[in-house]
Every structure is written in structure tokens, then in C-alpha cells.
Ligand binder design. Structure first.
Ligand code: ADE
Ligand code: ZN
Length: 327
């Protein structure tokens, strides 16, 4: 069995995938034209997705998000996102979506959920892949709109909605102000995760753990700037969802093979990491390729790859009984 086949064959979960970041450029064009929306000039389709820092990336991400209007559009993008996970050998997926930008386009939350939920059911039927949804608050909208967001999420909650996330630009919008939002989510029985330490400092990782009481950290690379925090996270087996291709695309760490790449340092420091694809077509990747990139750039052998896959199962919010059956 070659490496590619081996990676596809190991049972794994995808825990850090943004629905709107999983819109293929061809699909973006197709639904934009159907919805009579203007698209930027381009020579080749892949030119639609060009950026080299997080802020530019988030603009393109929001542009792609604005193309998605009716329930069929949501169905299509969700089906394609989850099908890519199935093709990578994922058995289970917890994925983010970004309601704010759709609400601003006049799309009702119920419309979003109708298409997304139908696709989740279809994927389970067609591929046996189970998935759960994590609506994510765009931190750039602040706390008050966070409460409105959470009220909406809770009003339309089903067992398909498993938790909340916090994403977009963390540097001017650090975690502390969102404590009351995350307290309320916890009291309502939702799981919680937050982007931290991707562009922002290690203190954002610490505050997300201590104030927001998140159960996972998304990215978290800059934890490596605080060795006391590293020691604590190692002891607590804090879970970091790491996304190799998006570090190359939008962070300062462009060389996955470099000795000072934080993902390598996190592995060497014994932190618990879970490999994930973030925004796969936007970084020309998929889940299996993210494992492959780690294997080839960081010399991980089959046993190490299996451990990573097992981490992804343990870090998921699946019931303990389901986890037990999978081990
Ligand atoms: N939304 C989609 N991808 C993101 C990332 N890498 N960081 C913050 N917000 C995001
Ligand atoms: Zn992300």
C-alpha cells in the first residue's frame, strides 16, 4: 500500500473545516451566475482564489460566501465539502459555517439550515459519513451581535448542531470580550472551540482556554512563544486543530519543512494535534493531502500518522460510547 492509499485508509475525523471555505471555485462561478451576481475578472478559474495573508483571504472567503443564496446552493456546497472529506477517508466531520455574511445578504437562517441539513443527510446515505455543524461567530462583529447569533442558533437547534466556534481576525478582536457569550453557550450545553494563536499572540490561546473555556483551540501556533503555556497544554492534552496548507497560504510560516515551523515544534513539544484542512479548495488541498504534507515534510511514519488519526477521533465531540466502538 503506498502512502496515499494508507492515509486514505486510516479512520479519521475532520474537525476544522469551514463550509464557505470549501466552496470550489467552479461552484462559486456556477452559483454566482445562477444568482446573477457579479464575479471578479479572471483568466483561469483558480485566479479567483488568490491571497497571501489572512485579511485578504477573509475578503475572498466572504465574497464566496455571498454567492450562496437559496437552500439548494447550501445543499450543493455542503454536499461537495462533505464528499471531499469522504474521499479523504474521513468517517466523521464537525464543520463550521458562517451565518453572519449570509444574514447580511438577506438569507434566512432557516434557509441555510434547510440546505445544509439535507446535504448532511444525503452524505450519510450516500457515503455513510456522519457530520455535525458548528455555527461560528465572526468575532469582528463583537459581543452584542454574538448574543443575537447565539439566540438564533439555540432557537433553531437540532441534534445536528453540536457547538459554536469563533473565527475571523483575532488580532483586533481577542477572546476576552467573548467570555459572557461562551459562558452562555456552555450553560446551554453546546460544545465550544475558538480560533486563537494563528495571527494573534499566545495569550489568546491562554485566554480562550481560561476565559472562554473552549474544548479545542483552532490553529494555536503561537502557543510556542510561551513555554509555560506549552507545558500546561502538554500536561492537559489540550487539543490543537492544525491546518498545514493554510499556514503556507496565509501565515508567516511558508515552509512546512523548516525547522522553526510551529507545527513541527508543536509535535516535538508533545502537544496533542489534530490534522485538518480549514478551507480546502481555497488552499488547493483536502484532508488526506494535509496528512500527506505532514508525513513528507515532517518525516512522520505510519505509526505517527495513525496516532494523529486517533487523536482526531478522541478530540471529536462524538459520544464516548461511539468512540469506544471505533477504537
Ligand atoms: N475563517 C476561515 N478560515 C479562517 C482562518 N484560517 N482563520 C480565521 N478565520 C477563518
Ligand atoms: Zn479555520
Amino acid at each position: 500500500m503506498d502512502l496515499q492509499e494508507f492515509i486514505r485508509s486510516i479512520p479519521k475525523t475532520e474537525l476544522h473545516l469551514h463550509l464557505e471555505g470549501a466552496i470550489n471555485p467552479e461552484t462559486f462561478l456556477k452559483i454566482s451566475r445562477k444568482n446573477k451576481l457579479e464575479v471578479p475578472q479572471f483568466k483561469i478559474v483558480s485566479d479567483l482564489y488568490r491571497y497571501d495573508n489572512l485579511l485578504d483571504f477573509l475578503k475572498v472567503y466572504s465574497m464566496a460566501s455571498r454567492s450562496v443564496i437559496d437552500a439548494d446552493d447550501f445543499h450543493l456546497i455542503t454536499y461537495e465539502a462533505l464528499q471531499s472529506c469522504a474521499n479523504s477517508g474521513a468517517r466523521y466531520v464537525e464543520f463550521f459555517f458562517s451565518p453572519h455574511v449570509h444574514l447580511e445578504c438577506g438569507v434566512a437562517y432557516q434557509t441555510m439550515l434547510a440546505g445544509i441539513f439535507r446535504a448532511m443527510d444525503d452524505i450519510e446515505t450516500d457515503f455513510g459519513l456522519i457530520s455535525k455543524l458548528i455555527p461560528a461567530h465572526n468575532r469582528e462583529h463583537g459581543l452584542e451581535r454574538g448574543f443575537e447569533f447565539l439566540d438564533m442558533v439555540l432557537a433553531h437547534r437540532t441534534d445536528k448542531v453540536i457547538g459554536i466556534g469563533l473565527d475571523f481576525d483575532e488580532t483586533p478582536f481577542p477572546p476576552a470580550q467573548f467570555k459572557p457569550l461562551f459562558d452562555r453557550a456552555r450553560q446551554a450545553g453546546l460544545h465550544r472551540t475558538a480560533h486563537a494563536g494563528e495571527g494573534g499572540p499566545a495569550s489568546n490561546v491562554r485566554d480562550s482556554l481560561d476565559l472562554l473555556k473552549v474544548e479545542r483551540i483552532d490553529h494555536g501556533y503561537r502557543v510556542m512563544e510561551d513555554l509555560d503555556l506549552v507545558a500546561r497544554c502538554r500536561a492537559d492534552r489540550t487539543v490543537f486543530t492544525i491546518c498545514p496548507s493554510s499556514t503556507v497560504g496565509v501565515t508567516i510560516w511558508r515552509d512546512l519543512a523548516a525547522k522553526d515551523h510551529p507545527i513541527r515544534q508543536m509535535i516535538e513539544a508533545g502537544l496533542t494535534i489534530v490534522v485538518a484542512a480549514d478551507d480546502p479548495p481555497m488552499f488547493e488541498t483536502d484532508l488526506a493531502n494535509e496528512y500527506q504534507l505532514l508525513a513528507t515534510n515532517m518525516n512522520l511514519d505510519a505509526a505517527a500518522l495513525k496516532t494523529l488519526a486517533l487523536n482526531s477521533l478522541e478530540a471529536s465531540w462524538l459520544d464516548e460510547s461511539v468512540k469506544r466502538d471505533w477504537r
